[in-house]
Write a protein that binds this ligand. Structure first.
Ligand code: NAG
Ligand code: NAG
Ligand code: NAG
Length: 334
């Protein structure tokens, strides 16, 4: 099992253990959304959720598990609520940043920048003032934005389904002509660009030479397809939800079933922080702190299932601790 699957599974297997589970396949159902994990309740569905894994959120490297356990205090969570706008959530307080913001992106590195794609161009986050400020001069209607790792490039997908590479501090854009009819875009850690076309097929455009490959091994006619931003601990791949099934799509053009079936579907996800998983479901945002649950056993009262999570994975606690340290070091190293 790869890292993404392992760490998502760590949480979900345990929580699902009261329900009948078919071999190794995880079924995500309503029981995985207990009220105790709610950090925000909206009026409408949450359609987008991003937790930047950069110095905005993880400035100091937690050198022990206790530091990681408190890492969610003060963390900035960005989301879009249908018909309401783009917000930042910190310490359970939501602040509206943009009426017309559609998407959020940050590179997983040691800067603090967060970018927003809006119906009239690109904005950046001002953390001191808790506001969005216009970035560059573009005025495109942007539906997806993806900030590249370790370069100063930003990829945008516009409402007319064209992908551009934005350079020169937001004043210049060049069409990425190899990408056609894109409906969604996501970058992996090597800046390969994955996109879904108007026939719900998934492709990858390699950063190195612009080659476009269709991803094999995915359902031929899925009812829906969603690309997720990858957890920072995985390389050269992104999670894909096709119909009810979760897959990992690799930059070599293959995909693998992640052994997860979504009987109920979150309306948005953020799995980038890896040991923290965020999901939006039925107008609410949920936070799952895997280290807290599994290693430290900080059991929240009234949630009996959590004691099973802990005992289920008690043999793997050192592996999880190592991963917590490693994922933070990865960020600091960039
Ligand atoms: C959020 O909570 C943390 C920890 O309690 C605190 O240090 C920080 O000042 C709070 N931030 C805001 C904006 O309230
Ligand atoms: C970002 O890119 C650098 C340079 O290519 C690479 O060493 C690093 O691993 C990348 N970061 C992540 C989070 O993958
Ligand atoms: C594609 O990459 C994945 C992940 O690195 C690997 O497991 C798989 O064997 C590769 N497939 C091919 C055909 O190279």
């Amino acid at each position: 099992m790869n890292t993404f699957v392992t760490f998502t599974a760590l949480l979900l297997v345990g929580l699902a253990s009261t329900a009948p589970v078919n071999d190794d396949i995880l079924h995500i159902d309503n029981e995985l959304f207990p009220e105790l994990f709610v950090i925000y309740t909206g009026e409408n569905d949450i359609t987008n959720l991003v937790v930047p894994v950069n110095s905005l959120n993880f400035e100091d490297e937690p050198d022990d598990e206790e530091a990681f356990a408190s890492a969610t205090a003060g963390i900035y969570i960005f989301f879009v609520e249908e018909n309401k706008g783009l917000f930042v959530l910190q310490n359970k307080t939501a602040t509206k940043l943009l009426e017309n913001g559609n998407d959020i992106s940050a590179a997983s590195d040691d800067n603090k920048a967060v970018f927003f794609g809006a119906s009239d161009g690109i904005y950046t986050f001002n953390a001191e003032k808790k506001t969005a400020e216009k970035y560059g001069t573009l005025t495109d209607n942007i539906i997806n934005i993806a900030v590249a790792n370790a370069t100063n490039e930003i990829f945008i997908l516009t409402a007319d389904h064209i992908v551009y590479k934005v350079t020169e501090d937001g004043t210049n854009k060049e069409e990425v002509t190899e990408v056609k009819d894109a409906q969604q875009i996501v970058l992996d850690s090597s800046n390969n660009l994955y996109f879904v076309d108007n026939k719900k097929q998934v492709y990858v455009r390699l950063y190195e030479d612009g080659t476009v490959k269709k991803i094999k091994d995915l359902p031929a006619h899925p009812s829906s397809v969603k690309l997720l931003r990858p957890p920072i601990v995985i390389d050269d791949s992104v999670p894909v939800i096709a119909g009810k099934k979760a897959f990992l799509a690799y930059s070599n053009g293959t995909a693998e079933f992640a052994e997860i079936i979504l009987d109920t579907k979150p309306t948005a996800y953020s799995v980038e922080p890896s040991l923290l998983v965020y999901a939006a479901h039925d107008k609410k945002i949920y936070e799952y702190n895997i280290l807290n649950i599994v290693v430290l056993g900080l059991l929240q009262e009234g949630l009996e299932e959590l004691s099973e999570v802990k005992s289920h994975f008690s043999g793997q606690t050192s592996e999880i601790q190592n991963m917590a340290t490693k994922s933070m070091k990865t960020i600091r190293a960039n």
